[in-house]
Design a protein around this ligand. Structure first.
Ligand code: NAD
Ligand code: MG
Length: 389
């Protein structure tokens, strides 16, 4: 029986995780669920999964949740704040933590889980983008098992030899082929990109996801963040990672070996597959995902990424090559710009412009500890906010 903390349980990944968990009451118990402020859904989840703790970040939401928990007579505590997120991530009773908070807010609790040696199911890619070396050092030091949940990284993990430790040469790995759907604007005429709306950006052709990652997919910043994520997870350099646009999203990524073999992982585009893999690893369990109908897929296409159409992807490669605090700054400027785009304060094409200006303006420092990352994150947020006008 695994005792789970699910950070961000009300989100797209969080609800998919609970869907898988509900299929296996003999294997998983929920210790804690957390959300920013979605009281209704969090309460419903607490009634169904009976955790010991629920954590909310918004003060009004905490008060509402406490009233509802009391009225319903649930035997649980409602906590608030970032410290509480850390507490439920590192608690002695917890075996595994699903890190599914969106954005930089996921960093502290995910790092807490790593320091406490928990099994980590990592969906929050921003943790690795911001603080890759700090996080990976914590994982190594504590002996945490780290299971990538991002579908591409989960595919790569499955296609690598079991126990791969980052030594590409001894594993015979030549390169990583990271697939990308190309998002909803893959074929949109360039002159129309300026006027696309948040609703259009969030209407992803293959995946249903939270709004921030949906915009990132439309700009291909998501793939850029994933290149950086792959760098830290698999010890691959920017040159070792080739992005491949594959609009059908059936192949979730591939690993090429020195003998010319290429191993891919395929499946329906449904996050419950990588989630179930991470939850049960090294076993396999039912995820609720149906069979892949190859006859229905029929054709698969592959094209090289267009860096002119998707400048965010080029900016992410550049930040990875620059290293130090550059990826943290890229991530922070992107979060500010995406939020402004979702609020209709800037256009879609302003997103890469703001990020580029922030990266050109600020000086990059080496990352020795978490504080270096948090400082760079704050500086980049201030710089990006100043450009919103
Ligand atoms: P989402 O927006 O649907 O859910 C985010 C969750 O985090 C919610 O539970 C929300 O309440 C919580 N949250 C938001 N802001 C918070 C804050 N400041 N403090 C604490 N909690 C907060 O997002 P999602 O699509 O589920 O994505 C979650 C993470 O997983 C992201 O890092 C994303 O990049 C990654 N991911 C998602 C998918 C997907 O298919 N959705 C695929 C791969 C990776
Ligand atoms: Mg992905």
């Amino acid at each position: 029986m695994q005792n789970l903390t699910i950070l961000g349980s009300t989100g797209s990944i969080g609800t998919s995780t609970l869907d898988v968990v509900a299929r296996h009451p003999d294997r998983f118990r929920v210790f804690a669920l957390t959300a920013f402020r979605q009281v209704d859904l969090l309460f419903k989840q607490c009634v169904q999964f009976k955790p010991q703790y629920a954590v909310l970040l918004d003060a009004t939401a905490v008060a509402q949740m406490r009233v509802r928990v009391k009225e319903a007579g649930l035997q649980m505590e409602v906590l608030s704040g970032v410290e509480a997120l850390e507490q439920v991530s590192q608690a002695a009773e917890v075996d595994a933590v699903m890190a599914a908070i969106v954005g930089a807010a996921g960093l502290r609790p995910t790092l807490a889980a790593a320091k406490a040696g928990k099994k980590i199911l990592l969906a929050n890619k921003e943790t690795l983008v911001m603080a890759g070396n700090v996080f990976m050092d914590a994982v190594k030091l504590s002996g945490s098992a780290l299971l990538p949940i991002d579908s591409e990284h989960n595919a790569i993990f499955q296609a690598l030899p079991r126990g791969y430790d980052g030594d590409k040469a001894s594993a015979g790995v030549r390169r990583i082929l990271l697939t990308a759907s190309g998002g909803p604007f893959r074929n949109t005429p360039l002159e129309q990109l300026r006027d696309v709306t948040p609703e259009q950006a969030c209407a992803h052709p293959n995946w249903v996801m939270g709004r921030k990652i949906s915009v990132d997919s439309a700009s291909m910043m998501n793939k850029g963040l994933e290149v950086i994520e792959a760098h830290w997870l698999f010890n691959a350099s920017a040159d070792d990672i080739q992005v491949v646009v594959h609009p059908q999203s059936v192949i979730h990524s591939l690993v090429e070996y020195v003998d010319g073999s290429v191993i891919a992982q395929l499946g329906n585009p449904d996050m419950r597959t990588p989630i179930a893999y991470g939850l049960a690893y090294p076993e396999r369990i039912d995820s609720g995902v149906g069979s892949l109908d190859l006859f229905k897929v029929a054709t698969m296409n592959f094209v090289a990424p267009d860096f002119e159409r998707f400048p965010c992807l080029a900016l992410a490669y550049q930040a990875l090559r620059t290293a130090g605090t550059a990826p943290a700054m890229l991530n922070a400027a992107n979060e500010v710009a995406v939020e402004a785009f979702l609020d209709k304060r800037i256009t879609f094409l302003d997103i890469p412009k703001i990020i580029e200006q922030v990266l050109n303006q600020l000086s990059v420092c080496p990352v020795h500890e978490l504080e270096d990352v948090l400082l760079a994150d704050a500086q980049a947020r201030t710089a990006a906010a100043a450009k919103l006008g």
